[in-house]
Write a protein that binds this ligand. Structure first.
Ligand SMILES: NC(=O)c1ccc[n+]([C@@H]2O[C@H](COP(=O)([O-])OP(=O)(O)OC[C@H]3O[C@@H](n4cnc5c(N)ncnc54)[C@H](O)[C@@H]3O)[C@@H](O)[C@H]2O)c1
Length: 245
């Protein structure tokens, strides 16, 4: 099951953590993986690691927030599977503070990478998927964007919630074409552990553990597969029981 042989998968922001795990898993299921990251060296390292493990991968660095760069990078490539993973605050650190204390300039990065980046990449691959009558688009979103969180990341929530809504509507538009579109709403992942707030949140996770890249990657492998052809327009929580709606 979940054989991805003869498929090409583009994973954005795959230079570390969740995206790198998704790239490794899709490659292990047989896909040729195009490893994107805005940090070219990270993309190259992950692609090399996959190749060293007998997988098929190539780096393709670009900034998902730059629409022209996205179109140029993807032009002429047949992408069967897109995982919109690039996120957080983009290349910068997240400004963590209550919304009332933010400036409009604080919203730009989170909205650009978490919403516009998803629009740019999805828009670039969709015509080719529709034409070939098969495609899989996956958004890596967050409980911050579905149920909300009280940790000072409201603009990030807006970006993630926007991406989830965008992808659900796109899913319905293309549902008859053989292209499925879903999102996974992650809870707190292990690479974010640290600091008072995250440790407090980790204790509240029903499974009592943080998520791993492999947890996210396994769901992506399913969503990318032939077997998932009747699963579309969903935002699926993956959070150790911490997100129940
Ligand atoms: N870590 C968590 O606890 C958590 C929770 C919920 C959702 N998520 C989401 O999961 C995804 C992966 O999270 P992570 O913790 O692995 O992130 P991370 O910050 O560790 O890695 C993200 C990668 O994306 C790259 N990137 C950033 N901006 C980019 C851009 N504009 N274009 C291309 N690449 C870009 C970065 O260079 C980095 O390598 C993100 O979308 C994040 O919002 C994470």
């Amino acid at each position: 099951m979940f054989d991805l042989s003869n498929k090409t998968a583009l994973v954005t922001g795959a230079g570390q953590n969740v995206g790198a795990g998704v790239a490794r898993t899709l490659a292990s299921q047989g896909a040729h993986v195009v490893v994107n990251d805005v940090a070219a060296s990270r993309a190259a390292i992950v692609a090399d690691e996959i190749a060293a493990a007998d997988g098929s991968a190539e780096p393709l660095p670009f900034d998902v927030t730059d629409g022209d760069a996205v179109r140029e990078a993807i032009a002429g490539r047949a992408i069967d599977i897109l995982v919109n993973n690039a996120g957080n605050a983009g290349a910068e650190a997240m400004a963590v503070k209550p919304f009332a204390q933010t400036e409009p300039s604080d919203w730009v990065g989170p909205l650009a990478v978490n919403l516009e980046g998803v629009m740019n990449c999805t828009h670039a691959v969709l015509p080719g998927m529709i034409e070939q009558g098969w495609g899989r688009i996956i958004g890596v979103v967050s409980g911050a964007g579905t149920v909300g969180v009280n940790i000072g990341v409201a603009a990030y929530s807006a970006g993630k919630g926007g991406a989830a809504g965008l992808l659900r509507s796109v899913a319905l538009e293309v549902a008859p074409t053989g292209v499925t579109v879903n999102s996974i709403a992650l809870g707190l992942m292990s690479n974010t552990a640290g600091g008072d707030i995250t440790e407090q949140l980790a204790r509240a996770i029903p499974t009592r553990r943080l998520g791993t890249p492999e947890d996210a990657a396994a769901l992506c492998a399913y969503l990318a597969s032939e077997e998932a052809s009747w699963m579309t327009a969903q935002t699926i929580p993956l959070a150790g029981g911490a997100i129940t709606s």
